[in-house]
Design a protein around this ligand. Sequence first.
Ligand SMILES: Cc1cc2nc3c(=O)[nH]c(=O)nc-3n(C[C@H](O)[C@H](O)[C@H](O)COP(=O)(O)OP(=O)(O)OC[C@H]3O[C@@H](n4cnc5c(N)ncnc54)[C@H](O)[C@@H]3O)c2cc1C
Length: 453
Amino acid sequence: MAQEAVDIAIVGAGFAGLTAARELVKAGRSVVVLEARDRVGGRVENHYLDDGTALDVGGQWTGPGQDRIIALGAEMGVESFPTYGAGATHIEYSPGGRITYKGPIPDNDPQALGELVQAIMALDQMSAEVPLDAPWTAPKAREWDALTLQTWMDTNVTSEAAKARLALAVEAVYAVEPQDLSLLHMLFYARSGNGLMTLVSTEGGAQQDRFDGGAQLVAIRVAEELGERMRLSSPVRRIAQDGSGVKVEADGTSVRAQRAIVTAPPALAGRIAYEPAMPALRDQLTQRSPMGCVIKVHVVYETPFWREEGLSGRVVSDDGPVKITFDNTPKSGSPGVLLTFIEGADWRRYAGCSPDERRKAVLERLSLYFGPKAANPVTYVERDWPAEEWSRGCYGAVFPAGTWVACGSAIREPVGRIHWAGTETATVNCGYIDGAVRSGERVAEEVLEALQQ
Ligand SMILES: Cc1cc2nc3c(=O)[nH]c(=O)nc-3n(C[C@H](O)[C@H](O)[C@H](O)COP(=O)(O)OP(=O)(O)OC[C@H]3O[C@@H](n4cnc5c(N)ncnc54)[C@H](O)[C@@H]3O)c2cc1C
């Protein structure tokens, strides 16, 4: 087995690990990045069509306030462009039929819309009381962490239509249903991303822009810079530490270092064997941090035919498995690409179907929304994230009731020579690529300071 010695061993080559490595190298430190997969990018991945078009099968969008990923993209020479559909007509579909609308939210049912906006404003107001660096210290932390979002909705939102729309927004942002989510976590995450309204919005919100050539291109370029410091196909199985350093053991290689940084999401970080064993609170945290559930689906057509009818390609629907769609056509305008997500309960229902059954169900829904042309794509590409061995879900960890108050304080607390990063540890834009980049920057500073002691 190969053995090497560096200052810092980094586990994971997603945006957190790559950023940490880059910052530490800039500071003159030696690093090795150990990545389980045979590629970099983690939850951000390009799938290339035969003509070279990159489809973002993982994370893709950036928006206002996501300054660190925007800066990194610019440094790596990857351009951004706006998500298609500003000013165009969107579709809302329900068992009652198909209607079209403009603007951020369907407005055919003013009463439901009013209640929805009120609920979002109330949640955003509550979230202002949650300290981003320590949600468990919020004045009402115990009360809010004891409730699920569903319980709050049952008490505070009266119309079924408003509840259904709020549930849809929550599924789209958190990839779980309201009963899976601590109210405190929901509030923390919303504040971390500058409010629920920002998180559900496209123009002016978290879905505003895309990277030309796919978001993974940014990660690929950072990894190219890091060059021989990258070790792909090297899943880390065990990390041992003592007074003199850490030993990080991966398949086929072992690294001695002064410090280790683990960037895998908590659920996966908890599957590494540690010696000595993790403190109980840290282990409790990793036991209580499930990931959301999403299959991301791209349906590719020769042209974005819906644009000819003035349609944005965006749908909101009460009925699965296709409840949300976007136009994910590349910047060049060809081929035409519709994007959808199968999330939460729909994921549980459809992940067990055969790929053919799933495809049939998706195309049937798209035909209801966009007409018969939607039934005949040239290509269909899907990625089931909970099935991915080295992610086990997305978009990020979703804390159920009780996690923050019971063991949230362990989220970034170093354990001896082991430090934690990854989007789940971010205070700003937690769950997003930007949060991952910020966590990489924060942990690099933390490690540099520790090395000076
Ligand atoms: C379908 C989907 C859509 C999304 N949409 C968006 C979006 O539009 N905008 C946005 O900002 N965010 C989005 N996200 C979330 C975003 O992708 C993540 O927040 C971000 O990429 C997380 O980066 P990270 O470095 O923290 O973690 P990861 O990307 O998960 O990186 C961790 C790395 O560690 C590796 N690893 C795990 N265990 C081990 C081990 N034992 N040994 C070695 N390596 C290991 C993994 O393979 C992985 O490469 C989306 C995610 C998905 C999956």
